[in-house]
Design a protein around this ligand. Sequence first.
Ligand SMILES: [Zn+2]
Length: 253
Amino acid sequence: MSRWYVFSGDALLLDADGRPPRSASTPVPPAAGHQVMVLPEHDGDEAYALCAADGEPVPDGMAYVSLRESFYQLPRPVYAMAAKARELLWWDAHSRYCGICGAPMAMHSAISKRCTACGHEVWPTVQTAIIVAVTRDDDSLLMVQSRNFKRDYMGLVAGFVETGETLEECVRREVMEETGLSIRDITYFGSQAWPYPCGLMVGFKARYAGGELVLQTSELRKGGWYRRDAMPPIPGKVSLARRLIDDFLADKS
Ligand SMILES: [Zn+2]
């Protein structure tokens, strides 16, 4: 039997038990022009990722659930595999032609492609971003709302790592750009694959060092300092932002 991670856009197909379907053959045909990606075996099953064709009927008893929502339904290792599946499918769809010579790319291993003309080899894209919880001596946390947020909650300063930059330099730069504040005591907190569509979030904690809060209004809707006893709505548990915020809330020191 095989385990099938089937996506329709960003939504994952789950069977009547709320799991990716397990069957001898694919539960839906793959979309034309998309490859079936091989995933690592788990629980003794081979595993595959594929995109369903547009308009393909949902198999009886099954349903599509957004990948983000599936976090709250699936065991962590299954969500992690679904996230990897989505990232591989995104990479496949965005690496069809060689960036050097323009010829079609062909799968070379489960996680690499090689150009059919010049031999140029590529691997799945990972876009590294930092996220940082900045705290102040009055026991408050710096929170911001990105213009990208679809709902009215407050998150943390975050941004993509630039070429030639260390993670710590990126943390300092993003906090300065988004809020005008300087920080000190940057420490690593943890990291998380962020398959929306191909991110690696690297989380840090830092202390406020100086400056007046001036928000970068092109990227942020609002922002400010929040105390534990007066928190705004916060992101869902799927995100590293939430783990950092929960860590702040739990820290009674
Ligand atoms: Zn080429």
